[in-house]
Design a protein around this ligand. Sequence first.
Ligand code: NAI
Ligand code: 15L
Length: 265
Amino acid sequence: MARILITGAGGGIGTLMRPRLRRPDRILRLLDLTELPAPATDERVEIVTGSLTDADTIAAACHDVDAIIHLGGISREDSWARVLAVNVDGTHTVLEAARQAGIERIVLASSNHAVGYRMIGEAGPDGIAGEAPSRPDTYYGFSKAAIESLGSLYHSRFGMDVICVRIGSCFDRPNDVRGLSMWLSPDDGARLFEACLSAERPGFRVIWGVSKNTRGVVSLQEAEELGYRSLDDAEKFAKEIPAGAAPTFIGGAFLDTPLGTPNPL
Ligand code: NAI
Ligand code: 15L
């Protein structure tokens, strides 16, 4: 029986993944700051309420765990202090607890905003590579670049398999023209996390987390090397999306966000 710890399990992606990552031979240990819905009678779920910033909570949450999907944290622009404390220090706490517990597989939720200042089309028709050097668009994007780097350190020092997923836009459906390029469907999200969990000794990787969108602008090659196969395309929503200009930069509207100002987007 495998046990997977999912941090930030009460958030948007965690909620979408909870039913999709269920397996008969798997226990999902779900951690969040806020209280999560109790398990259904047929659900193999363990609930942990606590903060990423609390080393004792995370150490206990890592007990008997086989792999971690680390989604928890601040998911948009915020103050420098909060972004550092929750995203950077919090991810360090998770990686350190994982190392001490002997957990060898960690999937880190990075973001397109780690490379938000990269121009769409700059890399040619194959799109921007998974491991393209960071060009963050916000303190938030910086924190994602920082955790990728931290993941690399933990791989190099301790041999842990660390996969950083630069997630595009993972929601039920794309909301705008940019989403037609950057959407990661929830079902593809689950397929991608499964690939990250099961790939044989991947080492350290940085990959894109998007669907195979007709208007895609980033490379899927690195994710496909891990076994990911997208079955969705945002284009099926194109007619329902209000007309608008495609963004010039990967990060879209985040580039217009004042640095350090909590962003409701
Ligand atoms: P979300 O904001 O909906 O969920 C984040 C969860 O983390 C929340 O449930 C929150 O309570 C929890 N959390 C925050 N601080 C915590 C702490 N100190 N201790 C424990 N839990 C804490 O975000 P969403 O959309 O689910 O994203 C999940 C991850 O994926 C985030 O790391 C985000 O940066 C990343 N991501 C998401 C994208 C998307 O399209 N939804 C795109 C790119 C990256
Ligand atoms: C992110 O990194 C955010 O967590 C998410 O809420 C969306 O804003 C997403 O990027 C996006 O770029 O659409």
